[in-house]
Design a protein around this ligand. Structure first.
Ligand code: GLC
Length: 782
């Protein structure tokens, strides 16, 4: 712990202290209060300390680098995670107050010759959430693990330490006080997280290198922490609305003919679907940006035919670029020196699907631009969105340079001594200094997603890009959605899917989903249906499986499974107006779309421990079936009264209820005093205007409910300039009178709609009425 600190001076927003206790070398602490609720403290040693020293002596400004978003900023170091520079924060405190605010944080830092550490005290009741994609319990208190992205061994389970995507950010919550705070370590190398395992009274985060940069988000509510965290690391922009639909994927769709057949069967059997996804088999010998023209002779014709049925096409791209002198992507990248090299200048070669591959250095602007532009042909061919995979990066082995024979050694990722060039050779370059893979690793997938996202945006400037990625780190929500990788066709993976997805939401990444049906091994009818019921309310909803497993399209196992699958997905399509409004909330405030129960009920101890159910927004609670053969399950309902979505029956909150779950249903509940918007079932998201738009008001007795609905064109960026509609609805029940008021604001966008339908559950009755849309302000009395 640092105790003997000497205040030196102010530099920009930072206040600098020095410490040399116990060592011959000097360390510095630089703290800044950003806005009024975000605090940053940097512990600087080694080369970083030398820079500070030089700055103090010469009074020259500290090196200024570029921010992750590409804009010049005055962040005093290089970061891929942070999207907002110091000058972009409003200054809300004066220098004296800032020093007083910073002081208590300074004592949480410690250093040794090899590592830097932040140690944060934990109260007895405190719980820890977030930290990215993690398989174990929702609450990470008592666990220790590295923050380091890998493609885990086949068959990950709750003991698996680290997965494809991790985030060095956690949210601490004390149920007794109801207070929440957040901590982010701005580091893309390995971080050792110990969440009270070694010492139950403290959490610690340890990094190697010359600096440890910590951000503290003061909350005090979970929603405030998420707002503060995403203000710093950025938010998801709205994806095209069709991506909220159901998607069909499979490793093993081998030809255009097969894809057409699948699409046709979806329409013929009335299973809603918005996209078919192509895995690596569409490529020519696994070469990125190519097609196997025997199996896919005319990609443009294929996308035209799919589009005519309201289907989209998404293609996979991996970073591994096949070494093949006749392959143009390889040629271009070699000529321009765009691929990763070791520190000694040797090219790095790793083995993936195509055999020996080279890997783009996504830390460099020009490489990202080149890679992004490679999508041009695909987009011209009508491909709608891109799926990034193996971007940890994942490998099976590496080729050892300079050996007379081809020698490979097993390795699951790039070696530490690959050097990412970032802005160039100059340490003072505006785009940041070269960085060893050891310190860059977790950013690789995010920067590949960034190259893709920015490329798509350049190529189609007024269309919303959509990228799905397997890997990423803090801030990745700016560029991509995430799926949880290769799960198994097991009931245990439904449960694991719930905890992983809600924790990923709390890690700032709102759009997330699992492979419906399970990826590895054969699925079966019951399992597939239960997976679909989970995914029906996840932000991203895609069926996917491995090669050589049994087919698992919605109809694959016949009845009664086919109908039950259809019901689950139709329920999603009915709820799309609600989901889309939640996407908008996530994009503007950083609030997760799906939320753990503690998010809205932090002071209910039991709600804080629920990890087999989740909230969708603040009105819906879904409790998927995680056990084979189950036809009911018990569900913890937070305080208040809850309506059964299927029957309208009510259940008391603040306790457990056993709810029926025949194959075609699962416990889905709506909070009392809430208004849920729904639309008609469609076969694809934009099949018809959402007409009527139904507002169902759930009211037990006298009370007030209100809701603000969001709509826009669903595909362009016009919403960013105000082209959206917002509809405020309120429902008041008083002395047996019900008043529903609807107020439309159609300034920049007018939805096509004839009618609203108003449904009210009140006092055991259901009332219903239709009203003409487009009148501005409407009042319905019942
Ligand atoms: C990886 C992906 C999986 C994909 C497979 C083949 O295992 O996680 O989704 O199907 O590679 O590309």
């Amino acid at each position: 712990m640092l105790t003997q600190l000497r205040y030196l001076q102010m530099n920009g927003l930072e206040h600098i202290w020095s410490s040399s206790e116990g060592t011959s070398t000097e360390f510095f602490l630089a703290g800044a209060v950003l806005g009024s609720q975000v605090i940053r403290v940097r512990l600087l040693g080694g080369a970083e300390a030398v820079q500070v020293q030089e700055h103090l002596e010469s009074s020259q400004p500290l090196t200024r680098y570029q921010l992750a978003d590409g804009n010049p900023g005055t962040l005093p170091y290089h970061s891929w995670i942070v999207a907002k520079g110091d000058e972009q924060w409003p200054s809300r405190v004066n220098a004296t107050d800032a020093q007083a605010i910073l002081k208590p944080y300074l004592h949480e830092f410690a250093f040794s010759e090899t590592a830097l550490r932040l140690t944060h005290p934990l109260t007895e009741d405190e719980r820890i959430f977030g930290l990215g994609e993690r398989t174990a319990d929702l609450n990470k208190r008592g666990h220790a693990f590295p923050i380091w992205n890998i493609d885990p061994h086949k068959g990950h389970n709750p003991q698996t330490e680290t997965m494809y995507m991790s985030v060095p950010f956690y949210l601490g919550l004390s149920p007794i006080s109801g207070r929440a705070y957040g901590i982010l370590i701005d580091h893309t190398g390995r971080v050792e997280a110990d969440m009270g395992k070694t010492n139950p009274a403290e959490a610690s985060l340890t990094v190697q290198g010359d600096s440890l940069i910590a951000y503290f988000f003061t909350g005090p509510t979970q929603a405030a922490v998420m707002r503060q965290y995403t203000e710093l690391t950025g938010r998801m922009s709205l994806p095209p609305r069709w991506t909220l639909g159901h998607h069909q994927c499979r490793w093993g769709y081998m030809s255009a003919q097969e894809v057409r057949q699948i699409a046709h069967t979806f329409r013929e059997r009335n299973h809603p679907c918005d996209a078919i996804w192509l895995d690596i088999d569409y490529m020519n010998g696994y070469r990125n940006f190519t097609w196997n023209h025997d199996a896919f002779p005319n990609p443009k014709q294929l996308t035209d035919d799919l589009h005519a049925q309201g289907m989209h096409l998404v293609t996979i791209i991996d970073p591994g670029t096949k070494i093949d002198a006749d392959y143009s992507v390889y040629q271009q990248g070699m000529e321009q020196n765009y691929f990763c090299r070791y520190q000694n200048g040797e090219i790095f070669i790793g083995v993936v699907w195509p055999g020996p591959c080279v890997f783009p250095d996504f830390s460099r602007n020009e490489v990202r631009t080149w890679w992004g532009n490679l999508y041009k042909e695909m987009l011209d061919q009508g491909v709608d969105a891109i799926w990034n995979d193996m971007d940890e990066p994942a490998l099976t082995s590496i080729l050892i340079p300079d050996e007379p024979e081809i020698t490979t050694v097993k390795s699951n990722t790039m070696p530490d001594d690959v050097l990412h060039q970032a802005g160039g050779d100059q340490p003072t370059s505006p785009d940041g200094p070269p960085t060893l893979h050891k310190y860059y690793h977790n950013a690789y997938g995010m920067e590949m997603a960034r190259a893709t996202f920015e490329g798509l945006l350049r190529l189609r400037p007024n269309s919303r890009p959509f990228v799905l990625t397997r890997s990423g780190t803090a801030g990745m929500q700016r560029y991509a959605a995430l799926w949880t990788g290769d799960n198994w066709s097991r009931f245990a993976d439904i449960l694991m899917g719930i905890t992983m997805c809600i924790n990923i939401g709390i890690s700032g990444v709102p759009m997330v989903g699992v492979d419906i049906g399970g990826f590895w091994e054969d699925s079966n009818g019951e399992l597939l249906v239960r997976f679909a019921q989970l995914a029906a309310l996840l932000p991203f909803c895609r069926n996917h499986s491995a090669k050589d497993t049994l087919a698992q399209e919605p109809w694959a196992f016949g009845e009664p499974f086919e109908s039950a699958y259809r019901t689950a997905i139709e329920t999603r399509y009915r709820l799309l107006p609600y989901l889309y409004t939640l996407f908008h909330e996530a994009a503007t405030t950083g609030t997760p779309i799906i939320r753990p129960l503690y998010y809205h009920y932090p002071q209910e101890q039991q709600a804080c421990d629920v990890q087999d159910a989740f909230l969708v927004g603040d009105s819906l609670l879904t409790a998927p079936i995680c056990e084979e053969g189950a036809t009911n399950r018990s569900v913890y309902l937070p305080e208040g009264i809850w309506f059964d979505y299927w029957t309208g029956n009510t259940y008391p909150g603040a306790g457990w209820s056993t709810l029926e779950a025949p194959l075609e249903r699962w416990p889905l509940l709506v909070r009392n005093n809430s208004i849920l918007p729904t639309g008609p079932v469609m076969q694809y998201v934009d099949q018809r205007p959402t007409d009527p738009l139904t507002f169902t008001c759930y009211m037990v007795t006298d009370g007030l409910a209100s809701y603000t609905h969001y709509e826009d064109d669903g595909s362009t960026l016009a919403y960013q300039n105000g082209a959206f509609a917002s509809i405020s609805v309120s429902c008041r029940v008083q002395d047996d009178f019900v008043t529903v008021a609807i107020e439309e604001q159609f300034d920049g966008y007018r939805p096509q709609r004839e009618e609203y339908e108003v449904v009210i559950y009140v006092g055991g009755r259901m009332l219903q009425q239709r009203v003409k849309a487009g009148q501005g302000k409407m009042v319905v009395r019942l």
